[in-house]
Design a protein around this ligand. Structure first.
Ligand SMILES: NC(=O)c1ccc[n+]([C@@H]2O[C@H](COP(=O)([O-])OP(=O)(O)OC[C@H]3O[C@@H](n4cnc5c(N)ncnc54)[C@H](O)[C@@H]3O)[C@@H](O)[C@H]2O)c1
Length: 422
């Protein structure tokens, strides 16, 4: 079988910097928008940013309808509610999402089902859903992140919980990619410390996983119609990931401890944007695959800084909890990349070329920024390992991007060794 020789790169237009979100009325004019739907969540609505942006859009002569009930960590039910709102209040010429990954992913689903027939299950990844391609192009979506984390403003994915199946999954298609990302670091200043910490670990794992992903030329060759947005590590994604790691080294601890530090917030916003450009094309692997069952099977953990009505392990936290052990496991597949990443993250780290270097740098950082010490702290114990492994194995699309084969027993070791990192 021939190996792949081609990699791909795609990204939305980007407007970055303090004050960038004050130009959205003008930006929407470029798409001839006359009537738009702005989507946000209650916590972000309380910051006043969405109202200010809506007023500014209206001042540009564009009618704006606001939906502020996006669910934090969207579910099939919450997305169906948002889609219903969009369909009944529509049609809209464009969409604006103001918030973290939760609001942006909600806007992607509303846009998809506002422009295409059918229901969510038609488009959700197989085997959970029918994985149909959207027949029609979507309307322009301007994504305005208020967290520094997911990179959803530049990716083709919408992540959701399917409540009845207790499974987290997604919709992934190039048509879901926002048209424009407007990254205004001033909007991220009000993130609670734990949101900054968890979302920041999402950035870090995006960069590390795409940097250590299977090299694009080690996959079997694909035909044009078979190409997927995630093509494995490649020279362009590497560039974004390396830069994101250096930015995190300089700013992550400060942004968590002193949320009012504007330069640190700006560096985190850049890191999130860069890592999004990287993983949005290369892909992610074991820590993200493991995050799905960790978040999906939560019992009663309620972290500070997040809505307290429901138990949750927020996405970035769920991703981070098995990352040290996952990178210990993948070390031998690409030692030089794991060592280079550790040294970018902590330039003072030890000179020894050890498989422990990256896990040690990660656990020190996680402890410093107040993350849980492992799976035990969020409510899991050894009896949960087989269920967690089963959930992770369902994410074959992600596990296939790992730099080596990942068997059930490998995942079992990773989960079991992630109960307490310190
Ligand atoms: N589509 C993608 O490419 C992608 C990638 C990674 C994660 N995700 C998804 O994104 C979601 C997580 O997104 P997130 O980590 O950005 O957080 P989030 O959107 O879930 O928000 C977390 C909390 O922070 C609050 N918040 C957000 N910005 C704030 C601000 N500036 N000031 C005050 N409060 C603020 C929100 O109200 C919420 O309570 C998950 O559902 C995850 O699965 C999507």
């Amino acid at each position: 079988m021939m190996n792949e020789t081609v990699f791909t790169y795609a990204a939305p237009g980007l407007k970055f910097g303090a004050g960038a979100s004050a130009e959205i009325g003008h930006d929407l004019g470029q798409y001839d928008a006359r009537r738009v739907l702005l989507i946000t969540d209650p916590g972000v609505a309380a910051t006043g940013h969405p109202t200010r942006i809506a007023e500014q859009i209206a001042a540009a002569g564009i009618e704006v309808v606001v939906f502020e009930d996006a669910h934090v960590e969207p579910t099939d039910e919450s997305l169906a509610g948002a889609v219903e709102f969009g369909r009944s209040e529509g049609p809209f010429d464009a969409y604006v999402a103001v918030g973290g990954g939760s609001a942006i992913d909600t806007a992607k689903a509303v846009n998809l089902l506002g422009t295409n027939e059918g229901e969510l299950m038609d488009y959700i990844n197989a085997p959970v859903g029918r994985a149909l391609d959207p027949e029609h192009p979507l309307k322009p979506l301007i994504a305005v992140p208020t967290t520094t984390g997911t990179g959803s403003e530049s990716t083709t994915i919408c992540v959701l919980d399917v409540l009845s199946l207790k499974v987290k999954t997604g919709i992934s298609h190039p048509r879901l990619r926002p048209t424009q990302a407007v990254v205004d670091p001033e909007l991220s200043m009000s993130q609670p410390a734990m949101v900054t910490a968890a979302a920041g670990m999402d950035i870090l794992c995006h960069a590390l996983e795409s940097y250590t992903a299977r090299w694009y030329a080690e996959f079997p060759a694909k035909r044009a119609a078979e190409r997927v947005p995630y093509c494995g590590a490649n020279p362009i994604a590497d560039m974004w990931s390396e830069k994101a790691l250096s930015l995190l080294a300089g700013a992550f601890r400060t942004a968590v401890r002193e949320g009012s530090d504007a330069p640190a917030r700006e560096q985190m916003a850049l890191a999130a944007t860069f890592a999004g450009m990287g993983f949005g094309n290369a892909g992610v692997h074991i820590p993200h695959a493991n995050a799905y069952p960790i978040a999906g099977r939560v019992r009663d953990y309620r972290p500070a800084g997040y809505p307290q009505e429901e138990a949750m392990v927020p996405h970035g936290m769920a991703v981070s909890l098995t990352a040290p052990e996952a990178f210990r496991f993948t070390f031998s597949a690409a030692p030089e990349r794991h060592l280079a990443a550790a040294r970018l993250l902590d330039p003072s780290s030890a000179a020894v070329d050890s498989p422990d270097l990256l896990p040690d740098v990660l656990t020190t950082l996680m402890r410093d920024i107040g993350l849980p010490s492992g799976l035990a702290e969020v409510g899991y114990d050894d009896r949960d390992v087989s269920d967690l492994v089963e959930g992770s194995l369902k994410q074959q699309r992600l596990l296939a991007t790992a730099p080596c084969e990942v068997r059930a027993e490998d995942l079992a070791h990773i989960f079991a060794d992630s109960m307490e990192h310190w």
